[in-house]
Write a protein that binds this ligand. Structure first.
Ligand code: ATP
Length: 372
């Protein structure tokens, strides 16, 4: 059987983006060194806030074409607080990519890694394992994505246009129910969807909520429930181990995913996949962390687990179980890395930075290969 090559567009971006990306590529090289069925070809994609400052363009056409032609996009992080568009907003090309490639589902797995201390003292914190699914094509980010529809601001008032559509909500909820089904197949204790909204106050959210229950009726094999976003902020701190698949609106997802990352050791532990019907972009949940950039302090785990999500998605999309198996092997190596090496990232007050964490993951891969 001939060896398949997946084309991966690699966009390291700004701040800690390039540091965690090179750690991730090093781990992928080790992971796939002896993989007979497929390999990855890395296609560089320049872009970001610094690129905007240098050239006047955040994402050059050539990078957009590379992303279009690739099988998947691996993305570090883009944006720097001191580099802004003339209207004062930050340069966030990832928002444009989500729009242009219709990456409507922001999948953010929140899973406790053994040996990583939690801010919660309850021993059940070790069981945290849920997935936030952030709607990314509309909601309260709609005006930012489609500024031509936004009412003009003046010096007395400003607006942000929120929009919820039937199509946008149906596809989000269908994605969530199908993910719950997949998770239940792997673990019979899973298989529950909890919609998060603010249907008691906002019209658009009441519409979102109504469509959720319509889709829940079409998926009777999955347990469906619901929570208002304010209550969910509390529940995620009090009993996050109770949740499984949690679809929500764009802005709510943006906020709750940072809170959720805090439960499992910080943003550096929290991977994500921006998924559409055709394209997939995989990036850590965090931003460019300019406060620690260039110091070797960044935790590459979120980036590396995002690459595992990419392999799983490629395997599913292309019917290649070997890619899914490598994704699982990489996640297992991350799980096996932290406890034995007693790793503590800077977000948890520790001293273990990019090199120490990368090496521990590579060593865990080597240990697994030695046992195989
Ligand atoms: P954005 O608005 O672009 O999402 P943000 O405002 O959420 O960004 P981040 O860049 O994500 O900010 O950083 C928030 C905090 O988390 C910073 O103190 C940063 O140092 C820390 N942080 C983020 N990512 C990591 C990482 N991979 N390793 C260690 N610390 C990190």
């Amino acid at each position: 059987m001939s060896k398949h090559q997946f084309k991966i567009a690699v966009l390291p971006g700004d701040g800690i983006g390039p540091e965690i990306m090179s750690a991730c590529i090093e781990v992928l090289h080790r992971l796939l060194a002896d993989q007979p069925r497929f390999s990855l070809a890395y296609l560089p994609g320049p872009g970001g806030a610094q690129h905007y400052a240098d050239t006047g363009v955040a994402l050059p056409d050539a990078t957009m074409r590379t992303c279009e032609e690739a099988d998947a996009i691996l993305f570090g992080s883009m944006g720097l607080p001191h580099i802004r568009y003339p209207d004062g907003t930050e340069v966030n090309p990832q928002l444009g990519l989500r729009k242009d490639f219709d990456l409507y589902a922001g999948v953010r797995p929140i899973r406790a890694i053994p040996g990583v201390p939690s801010v919660l003292s309850d021993p059940r914190a070790a069981q945290i394992d849920f997935v936030l699914i952030r709607e990314q094509s509309e909601g309260l980010f709609y005006g930012r994505l489609y500024p031509e529809h936004q009412p003009a601001a003046n010096d007395q008032e400003a607006f942000d246009l929120g929009r919820i559509t039937r199509k946008g909500s149906e596809r989000l909820f269908d994605f969530a129910f199908s993910m719950a089904r997949q998770r239940r197949a792997a673990n019979p204790a899973k298989g529950r969807v909890t919609c998060v909204d603010k249907a008691n106050v906002l019209n658009s959210m009441a519409f979102f909520h109504k469509i959720y229950w319509e889709r829940a009726t079409l998926n009777p094999d999955i347990v469906a429930d619901h929570c208002y976003v304010d209550a969910m902020a509390l529940n995620l701190v009090k009993r996050p181990w109770d949740y499984d698949v949690v679809p929500t609106e764009n802005q709510f997802g943006d906020i709750l995913s940072d809170l959720a990352a805090g439960l499992i050791g910080g943003l550096g532990m929290s991977p994500s996949g921006d998924i559409g019907d055709k394209y997939g972009l995989f990036q850590p949940s965090h931003g460019t962390a300019p406060d620690i950039a260039g110091q070797g302090k960044a935790n590459p785990t979120a980036m590396i687990l995002s690459a595992a999500m990419m392999l799983d998605w490629l395997g599913e999309k292309h019917g290649m179980p070997e890619a899914k198996a490598e994704a699982a092997r990489l996640s297992r190596a991350v799980d096996a890395a932290f406890a034995p090496a007693r790793l503590l990232s800077c977000e948890l007050g520790g001293k273990d930075g990019t090199a120490a964490i990368t090496n521990a993951i590579i060593n865990a891969l080597a240990r697994e290969s030695a046992l195989a």
